[in-house]
Design a protein around this ligand. Structure first.
Ligand code: SAM
Length: 294
């Protein structure tokens, strides 16, 4: 039997693209991986096994999908670009454990997909080289829907990965860090040079692993309220937390009640939102709720 090259080798990728006359759509974030090392690092970070499932978002021509098929029991890949579906069906034919679905992952009913595709597996992870134009909405959808996930291992823009993993008091720390860290423990896997993609993106990339927590690190009574207080605190980064919260929760009022509530939560009103930990936001939300501030 002839040994066929992996899909991700530059030679085979170019051959597939030419054979199908495929043209890249920048608007869909199409930058395909052509580097075995990086692909192996992504798959290793997901800690897959022959009894686990992987959901891939945006398989492209199947470079990562092929590696996932070799490492996991079941792989489902959701691709928005209809032109890639027949290509994927053909190049992934040697892997009967892969299913390709056509759709926009932001619109797909993921719970239903999980029930249909991952019935027999012990754990499920999302593994993807994400389209950069929709990274945050995709990740927030995965997290907010509280899907039964073990890990989310994604290649994303380096700057976004740094924001997700940032600690309080650093320049990258903000509402995205808190939202991600409420649901997951982030860990940077590696940074990635432009040269491993075709076409090459004009931003730097990184792989991040988000280990999904079994329960949040803090007790929050009302998640929507907690996120609203937290987001309001970052409305204008240069303003103090008291000034940001005043415009959202106490318009037209003096500062006394707000300052008393901040003190009750153990937070100095002159601090800025970027210095508060998740625990402090949880405490603040709870103090506001007790005082009827919504
Ligand atoms: N996984 C391939 C690789 O690593 O070579 C391709 C990655 S490429 C960065 C992103 C892929 O996501 C493209 O195939 C693109 O068509 C697809 N995509 C873009 N937006 C999407 C969406 N909303 N839902 C599903 N797939 C999407």
């Amino acid at each position: 039997m002839n040994r066929i090259d992996d899909i991700s080798t530059p030679r085979r990728t170019k051959e597939i693209i030419q054979r199908y006359g495929f043209s890249f759509k920048k608007s869909l974030g199409q930058n395909f991986l052509i580097d075995q090392n990086i692909l192996n690092k992504i798959v290793d970070a997901a800690d897959l096994d022959k009894d686990k499932g992987a959901l891939e978002i945006g398989p492209g021509i199947g470079a990562l999908t092929e590696k996932l098929a070799q490492a996991a029991e079941t792989v489902t890949a959701v691709e928005i670009d209809q032109r890639l579906i027949p290509i994927l069906r053909e190049v992934l034919e040697p892997y009967p454990n892969v299913t390709v679905e056509h759709g926009d992952v932001l619109k797909v009913d993921l719970r239903d997909l999980f029930e249909r595709r991952f019935g027999g597996v012990s754990k499920i992870s999302v593994v993807a080289n994400l389209p950069y134009y929709v990274t945050t909405p995709i990740l927030m959808k995965l997290l907010e829907e509280k899907l039964p996930l073990e890990n989310i291992v994604v290649m994303i823009q380096k700057e976004v990965a740094e924001r997700m993993a940032a600690s309080p008091g650093t320049k990258d720390y903000g509402s995205l860090s808190i939202a991600v860290q409420y649901y997951c423990e982030p860990q940077m896997v590696c940074t990635v040079p432009h040269t491993v993609f075709i076409p090459q993106p004009n931003v730097e990339s990184a792989v991040i692993r988000l280990k999904v927590r079994e329960k949040p690190p803090v007790h929050v009574e009302d998640e929507a309220h907690f996120f609203e207080v937290m987001q309001a605190s970052f409305t204008q980064r240069r303003k103090t937390i008291a000034n940001n919260l005043k415009s959202r929760f106490f318009p037209g009022e003096g500062r006394e009640r707000l300052e008393a509530l901040l003190q009750e939560a153990g937070i100095d009103p002159s601090r800025r939102g970027e210095t508060l930990s998740i625990e402090e936001y949880a405490r603040l939300s709870s103090v506001f709720l007790k005082a009827g501030i919504r």
